[in-house]
Design a protein around this ligand. Structure first.
Ligand SMILES: [Zn+2]
Length: 160
């Protein structure tokens, strides 16, 4: 079942990668989070428009813009600055930046061994003021569910 869930998550990741295409641009202010949870394995994929994280989405040119890019990647690479997930020890945290002619996105990938009853994105919303909503797709043994998280409601209850 884990293999099936994570396989499906991979296809969601592929879909969000396709969102870089000019035919399906991202929406500024809207981030996406795909979560797969199975037994004690937790996997998350976060996608954030660069415009909403750095305030620009062209190739960084000035020293300040390069520093902003490095800072954004560092933030995404430290799960504790993005999520509150009680009882989770993060095994993997990676972040990348991808750009096309019009838009740029950050993508981050996290893995942990834990069974949290909830995940909060409060730390993320505190740092990334220009993201108004995070669209969540949760895949678990209970099936697939969709949620919206906001700064006012950053808490996601996970099925036990
Ligand atoms: Zn954009």
């Amino acid at each position: 079942m884990l293999r099936i869930a994570l396989g499906f998550l991979a296809s969601l990741a592929l879909n969000s990668a396709l969102a870089h295409s000019p035919l399906a641009p991202h929406v500024h202010g809207l981030a996406k989070l795909d979560i797969a949870v199975e037994s004690t394995a937790l996997e998350l994929l976060l996608s954030v428009p660069a415009q909403s994280l750095m305030g620009f989405e062209h190739a960084p040119q000035t020293t300040q813009q390069k520093a902003q890019l490095a800072q954004a990647l560092n933030m995404l690479k430290s799960p504790a600055t993005v999520f509150e997930a009680p009882g989770c020890t993060w095994q993997r945290a990676e972040a990348t930046y991808a750009q096309d002619t019009e838009h740029a996105d950050f993508a981050a990938h996290y893995q942990a061994h834990c069974t949290p009853s909830r995940i909060s994105l409060e730390p993320f919303f505190k740092q990334v003021k220009d993201v108004h909503k995070v669209q969540v797709q949760l895949i678990s043994t209970h099936g697939q569910e969709a949620f919206h998280l906001t700064a006012e409601q950053p808490l996601l209850e996970l099925p036990q």
